[in-house]
Design a protein around this ligand. Structure first.
Ligand code: UT7
Length: 333
């Protein structure tokens, strides 16, 4: 039976470290509040003008190809997940494709925020199992730092997010028990404005963004944190249980749990609900904050480098984010 396997994983973060104390110099917050509420100690920001999500993606993709032993020229398709695109259009996958020097192959963007990696995995898996493409590059990359509200009004959101990229190369495997065993996705658009950026918007006339909108700070992320927290701690365990049941496994079988990194408290609660000990849970949020679509592949990449998983390991992924969107996946490396 043909399944999709992760052949290689890569990541990249910018070198500029921004600590909680650095943020406390800009607006009314504290290291104590941020660590206690979210587990975040620092995050990375790009430096200067002209560094885009596609630029962070390039080294992550090259590393994933190298780890996979796959030449860039062997990639058949690109899937790019981001909520901080290089431009309103075209898709960031097109910018990345040019930067990787791969003219001709399809480049697809998906907009599923923190669940973007799992939505992308689902598409890549369908292509691979159907034999449409053999080598799919799936990347999540975000430049959040240029879109954060560094005033007291935006502090609940701003302290959470960081820049970074993570990528995987996927391909078919016939090896018994290897590859993506089960995956589930969900969404509930009734929560769309609980975590969103309102402007620019195609529905605003005569201009998609105006000086008044900028003055009202409507170009920045707004979040109903408590609602998002509540939903995340319901949906991530629910989706995880669904993929485990579909594959006939239990949480005791899991070698590594790689949840989306939105808040350490969310992941501790999710792990407790699933009865997965924290030793099996990957945590990178303390150092990178929430890197949205990048967080799962970035965390997996670091865990593999640290030797926390390897060929044969059973890995559970789960995510929840804006949309609302959520998902979970079970995969044997
Ligand atoms: O990837 C998915 C996206 N995001 C998430 O999953 C985030 C989900 N939500 C959360 O992680 C949490 O709701 C937060 C970490 C954002 C906030 O934690 P909370 O325990 O829900 O705090 P809160 O929003 O209820 O705020 C408590 C207090 C408020 O002050 P008052 O009204 O009690 O006086 C806030 O104004 O903390 C204040 N506050 C801050 N104080 C210092 C909010 N942000 C900050 C801040 N620094 N950065």
């Amino acid at each position: 039976m043909r399944r999709s396997a992760i052949l290689g994983v890569g990541h990249h973060v910018p070198s500029k470290v921004v600590t909680n104390d650095d943020l406390a110099k800009l607006f009314n917050t504290s290291d104590e509040w941020i660590v206690q509420r979210s587990g975040i100690r620092e995050r990375r920001y790009i430096e200067g003008d002209g560094v885009f999500a596609s630029d962070l993606a390039v080294p992550a993709c090259k590393m994933a190809c190298e780890k996979a032993g796959v030449a860039l020229s062997e990639i058949d398709a690109i899937i790019f997940a981001t909520l901080s695109p290089d431009a309103f259009f075209p898709g960031t996958g097109c910018f990345l494709q040019a930067k990787l020097g791969l003219p001709g192959i399809p480049a697809l963007d998906i907009r599923n925020q923190c669940s973007g990696f799992l939505y992308g995995l689902s598409i890549a898996d369908a292509w691979i199992r159907a034999g449409v493409y053999r080598r799919v590059l799936l990347v999540g990359a975000e430049v959040h730092s240029t879109g954060l509200d560094f005033s007291d009004e935006g502090r609940d959101v701003t302290v959470l997010f960081g820049d970074g990229a993570g990528a995987v190369v996927l391909g078919p495997t016939e090896e018994e028990g290897r590859g993506l065993l089960s995956l589930t996705l969900g969404a509930d658009g009734r929560g769309a404005t609980d975590l969103w950026i309102e402007a620019p918007s195609s529905g605003r006339s005569p201009d998609r963004i105006t000086k008044e909108m900028l003055d009202e700070r409507r170009q920045y992320t707004r979040m109903n944190g408590k609602q998002v927290f509540r939903w995340a701690t319901e949906k991530m365990p629910e989706a995880s249980r669904a993929v485990l049941a579909e594959a006939g496994r239990t949480t005791a079988d899991i070698d590594l749990f790689v949840p989306h990194q939105a808040n350490l408290r969310i992941n501790e609660l999710v792990a407790r609900k699933l009865e997965i000990p924290m030793e099996k849970v990957v945590t990178t949020i303390d150092r990178y904050g929430n890197t949205t679509a990048a967080s799962i592949p970035l965390s997996l990449s670091e865990a593999l480098i640290a030797g926390r998983a390897g060929p044969g390991s059973l890995v559970l992924f789960a995510a929840f984010g804006s949309g609302y969107t959520w998902g979970a996946g079970l995969l044997r490396l």
